[in-house]
Design a protein around this ligand. Sequence first.
Ligand code: ATP
Ligand code: MG
Length: 330
Amino acid sequence: TPRSLSGMQPTSDSLHLGNYIGALVEWVRLQETHDAFYFVADLHALTVAPDPEVLRERTRITAAQFIAGGVDPARSTLFVQSHIAQHTELYWVLGTLTGFGEASRMTQFKDKSAKGTNTNVGLFAYPVLQAADILIYDANVVPVGEDQRQHLELSRDLAGRFNQRFGDTLVVPEPHIMKATAKIQDLQEPTAKMSKSAASDAGLVSLLDEPARIAKKIRSAVTDTEREIRFDEAAKPGISNLLSIHSALSGTPVATLEEDYAGRGYGDLKKDVAEVVVEAVTPFRTRTLELMADPAELDRILADGAERARAVAEATVRRVYDKVGLLRSS
Ligand code: ATP
Ligand code: MG
């Protein structure tokens, strides 16, 4: 069975609509056909210097949301990144194969370091750790949003480079990016991606928000001064984003939506998008809160996943260490 693997950072109390539509929905679908590995990327989250207690809580609630969204811990290997020490071991080896200029070209680092004040080596090396996350599990497909395409390309390059230099060792992963849903934009700034660490709270639809709050944010979404509802990302990024969200959640093709809304106003579209979103997130929210009510059970699920993940990760690092010439301790 081919293997799928992906992760999300516990950088917020709630996942947002982009994480859900761009990634989680696809994770769940891939469980049907793939041996799936999904993890909470807590080591990555350290790059934004979170409060320790907040990070712990967010790690649990992120895992709870994976399950609430449909990840089945009995079928998929669900775990926390820091529970598997081998990620950072492989990261070091891959770092020695990554060019400084190559890492400097990563746009996520450029974007995040331009916005934040905390530009640290961890943030710079983030894509290398991400490559380790992927390559350590011999992942064949990696379901992510469009924003991660460049990082995946680096993972592929590093796997290829390693194999070329040391002989066939690592699986070269394929990106799995759903064209239509891969990029959900900020409601207030529809030319930027919706992001957990986004500047404006008003632009972010958090899955655990109260329904009334979600509806209000969607009603206040930035659109344009025309009146026509049609999909045109360049000229009408706000309306196009609303159409994408509607289509992804309702399953109605964008072209059909354009016909349905011919001659109708932006207010109608917003009202319907709010309804579709609230309908999707209400059971999600209930289930997440249920899971959070029993943290011991959640920790047990994560410990179980870690055990399964560790077995694979250990074997890969052993293979890699041998190939590069590190001496075994016994
Ligand atoms: P942060 O702002 O802390 O980086 P994030 O919102 O970018 O958070 P991540 O944890 O970095 O979320 O990414 C988790 C997954 O969600 C990745 O697969 C990423 O590609 C996807 N994703 C993130 N934002 C969007 C978006 N706006 N549209 C579609 N997919 C997205
Ligand atoms: Mg991100």
